[in-house]
Design a protein. Structure first.
Length: 160
């Protein structure tokens, strides 16, 4: 009974050890369909603080590309939308995965926005789509295999 209590307390303490003001993740069935938009809601944050926004991605060895293309948009509460097309390196030239983790599952924490503010009152929408293509193909990869989770986190930016 005593060891069960220790394990529970340790889990609570370790789960709180993060710089994230908020974060969320959505699980996928080990693939990401090109028409699937992953959407998150970001509630009103302190409008005078600067934040860093990260994207989180988990992949398995079933992912067969060394990079990842994403289309990410942020919709502000009053309707303005900013959209970026981003490329992230997922593996070293020798094929070794970047990111953290052991075995078949790697997690990558990818920069999205640095030192941004959330000046408008209300909810923000973050939308993420995959835009991976095979070399020479115009159409995107319909079923991007090896992606198990997509998420984001917001952290307070350092005041340096």
């Amino acid at each position: 009974m005593r060891s069960l209590f220790f394990i529970a307390i340790s889990g609570i303490l370790f789960s709180c050890n993060t710089d994230a003001v908020m974060s969320d993740t959505q699980s996928l069935p080990n693939y990401w369909n090109k028409d699937d938009i992953i959407e998150f809601t970001i509630p009103q944050l302190d409008s005078v603080k600067n934040y860093n926004v990260f994207l989180h991605l988990r992949n398995t060895n079933d992912y067969r590309f060394n990079n990842l293309f994403l289309i990410v948009s942020m919709e502000f509460p009053h309707g303005k939308t900013i959209q970026d097309t981003l490329e992230y390196r997922m593996a070293k030239p020798n094929g070794e995965w970047l990111g953290e983790g052991i075995g078949n599952l790697k997690e990558s924490k990818l920069w999205f926005k640095e030192k941004v503010t959330f000046p408008e009152e209300g909810m923000y929408k973050l939308r993420i789509m995959q835009a991976v293509r095979n070399n020479g193909d115009v159409d995107g990869v319909t079923k991007l295999e090896g992606i198990t989770d997509v998420g984001f986190s917001v952290e307070e930016a350092s005041q340096e």
